[in-house]
Design a protein around this ligand. Structure first.
Ligand SMILES: NC(=O)c1ccc[n+]([C@@H]2O[C@H](COP(=O)([O-])OP(=O)(O)OC[C@H]3O[C@@H](n4cnc5c(N)ncnc54)[C@H](OP(=O)(O)O)[C@@H]3O)[C@@H](O)[C@H]2O)c1
Length: 192
């Protein structure tokens, strides 16, 4: 029998890729966007996960607007921290493995060499703090979890830096972009 996989944030750029790839690989996939499963609604999350009884939960739903998070911290923590707690609690009760997609924003960005699993975290902004709080809830409430810290995600779905540059490249002769940010772009298909 094929494994049941539940994807949160299934309308996002990574969520869509996860649904497509896992379906292609023969898993029984249930992709839920905010419309079907709002992770901040604890009763709904509990109901959906306990009814479906997935083997694996791929948790990619998040408040991902880094700048906006600074002006609406309650919303960022509600989704990234408490929403993740709701998913972790329900996945644990259903006996499902949990994959939580986290971020390089849990670090302060001052390292001059690559980060690893043992690098100390020290987020500078609301987004990173709220995602780190989500990580902690996963550790507190789940027993079979994976925390995947990725960075600068791009792919065929959704808006991202690569797509924006390709579009502007077609429209303009010259482009100017900020030169003070260094990152490692991650392709959604590789990540999925
Ligand atoms: N994008 C990056 O560069 C990046 C870098 C590092 C880590 N990550 C992490 O990677 C994961 C996937 O990111 P992504 O790039 O695919 O982001 P995305 O395209 O913004 O997708 C996130 C999805 O989560 C959904 N969502 C937001 N609040 C929700 C809620 N309360 N209940 C259910 N769904 C909700 C959003 O739905 P709406 O459209 O309705 O808001 C959106 O479809 C996230 O956990 C993110 O923190 C992303």
């Amino acid at each position: 029998m094929s494994q049941k996989v539940l994807v949160t944030g299934a309308n996002g750029q990574l969520g869509k890729e996860l649904v497509e790839l896992f379906t292609e690989k023969g898993f029984e996939v249930y992709g839920f966007g905010r419309d079907k499963m709002d992770i901040t609604n604890q009763a709904q999350v509990q109901e959906m996960i306990s009814t479906l009884k997935p083997n694996i939960v791929l948790h990619s739903a998040a408040h991902t607007q880094v700048d906006l998070a600074e002006s609406e911290p309650e919303q960022a923590f509600l989704i990234n921290a408490y929403g993740t707690r709701n998913v972790a609690v329900a996945a644990e009760a259903a006996g499902a493995k949990l994959v939580y997609v986290s971020t390089d924003y849990v670090f302060n960005g001052t390292n001059d060499e690559p980060y690893n699993e043992f690098s100390p975290t020290s987020p500078l902004g609301v987004y990173g703090k709220s995602k780190l709080a989500g990580e902690q809830f996963v550790r507190d409430f789940h027993s079979k979890f994976f925390i995947v810290r990725t960075s600068w995600v791009y792919g065929k779905h959704g808006a991202n830096f690569v797509k924006t540059m390709l579009k502007l490249g077609e429209e303009r002769k010259e482009l100017s972009v900020v030169a003070d940010q260094i990152g490692c772009p991650t392709y959604t298909l590789d990540l999925a």
